[in-house]
Design a protein around this ligand. Sequence first.
Ligand SMILES: Nc1ncnc2c1ncn2[C@@H]1O[C@H](COP(=O)(O)OP(=O)(O)OP(=O)(O)O)[C@@H](O)[C@H]1O
Ligand SMILES: [Mg+2]
Length: 342
Amino acid sequence: MNSARPPGEAVIQVEDLGKTYGGKLEAVKGVSFEVAPGEIFGFLGPNGAGKTTTVSMLTTLLTPTRGRAMVAGLDVATQAAQVRREIGLVFQDSTADGELTGRENLILAGGLFGMTPAECRAPIEMLLARMDLADAGDRRVKGYSGGMKRRLELAVAMVHTPKILFLDEPTIGLDPQGRAGFWRYIQELRREQQVTIFMTTHYLDEVENLCDRIAIIDHGRIIATGTNDALKEKVGGDVVELRTPGAARDLTETLRGVPGVREVRREGDLYQVKCSRAEGLVSALVMACDGAGVTPEGITVKRPSIDRVFLELTGKAYREEGYDDGRAAQASAFGARARGGR
Ligand SMILES: Nc1ncnc2c1ncn2[C@@H]1O[C@H](COP(=O)(O)OP(=O)(O)OP(=O)(O)O)[C@@H](O)[C@H]1O
Ligand SMILES: [Mg+2]
């Protein structure tokens, strides 16, 4: 199975997509992947990897210099106006107008899609309630907390009921609680409105907890695509650790003989058993030990992290870095363009 391909018909199809800035800086070097309807697809990568550039091409804000991207069956290069009607976009920097109320921002957003205030009313009330902003709807946005602003951004992006939502580092700047809350809203939107979600992030826990499938991008190239489990399996699967304090026998060969075991390492009374999935294997390992007259203690299962996937595929550790002012300014410039409808 090609893990770059989701099961079923794709709503985002990207083929050899690339962007070279100013004729020389190749920020995205020909990426290919597909996203299925209703998926939460995570685009993970360190600073400068090419995430925002890719989102900008998929949302028609930037013209690709190579390859092709189809969004909702429309070509982003030749059918940009139609694409924009099908998608919602949330940028890492706030684009809401602080001087206006939440409700006014939503009416303005609907207006950009040709909706009259009357047409906007029902979706706006639904979204304010859904985002827990019903009571704050008539307050000025500049008085909102960071989490409330993010939820408003999400509502703004959803006013015209798009089929696909693009989120560029949507939880940047939120505390862990705010981030977990935001994930819940995303999941509800997907469940209740069958929205497909494409989100970039540089938080490893975000892709582990929220995303159905992920692509890892580094230096403009996709280095891996698949489900969390598939990627983890790629770098060697689970490790079951068991201790046999005081046991005289060496159990290495016994454990190696258990079906499903790939490798066994021993350090003193600690055995590390590598396998693709630990489920179902733990009891077989315990039984094998019992059969050899040893009762193991302290059994733990270690699942590999996406961090390790990154390390093994790139040879360098994944770092979650902060943002300098230059990047924030760049993001807000994008935000202004998004609001202006171009
Ligand atoms: N408008 C631009 N002009 C020239 N170079 C750019 C422009 N935008 C981005 N770049 C460069 O392209 C590369 C990819 O940038 P991009 O913003 O897509 O990365 P990113 O993965 O979104 O990073 P971050 O996590 O910091 O947001 C970087 O080297 C960046 O400096
Ligand atoms: Mg970015």
